[in-house]
Write a protein of this length. Structure first.
Length: 123
């Protein structure tokens, strides 16, 4: 029997998602914007709150929102995370915020390793 911790499941999910977007976003500008948004995700959640951050990314970079929503869709049967969280009580919102912060930290770690910065040389 193969038992995985929640951290292992998150790491695997994040690795798969980042790998998928790495192929999907073949243009370097899109990929670098994706990387930049993922890197600032944990700080945005901490500073602005989970709901505000999700609404922001649903508008500005839906790829980031879709990854987070995908993590919960697997567990909560294809829901829209913003709609779901607006109906939850405060304790559950705090619990989900903590879970998304863990997910965001895994995404950040993996994106920093998997997506290389493109350096242009101007002479």
């Amino acid at each position: 029997m193969n038992i995985k911790s929640i951290e292992q499941e998150m790491a695997q999910f994040c690795f798969n998602e980042i790998s998928s977007y790495k192929i999907k976003l073949d243009k370097s500008d899109e990929l670098l914007k994706f990387k930049s948004d993922i890197r600032r995700l944990p700080a945005m959640i901490t500073n602005n709150g989970l709901l505000a951050t999700l609404v922001f990314f649903k508008k500005s970079n839906e790829n980031v929102y879709n990854i987070i929503n995908g993590w919960f869709s697997n567990k909560l049967q294809n829901i829209d995370l913003i709609e779901y969280l607006t109906k939850e009580n405060y304790e559950d919102l705090l619990f989900k915020t903590s879970e998304v912060l863990k997910l965001a930290n895994w995404l950040k770690r993996i994106v920093e390793v998997e997506i290389k910065d493109v350096k242009t040389t101007e002479e």
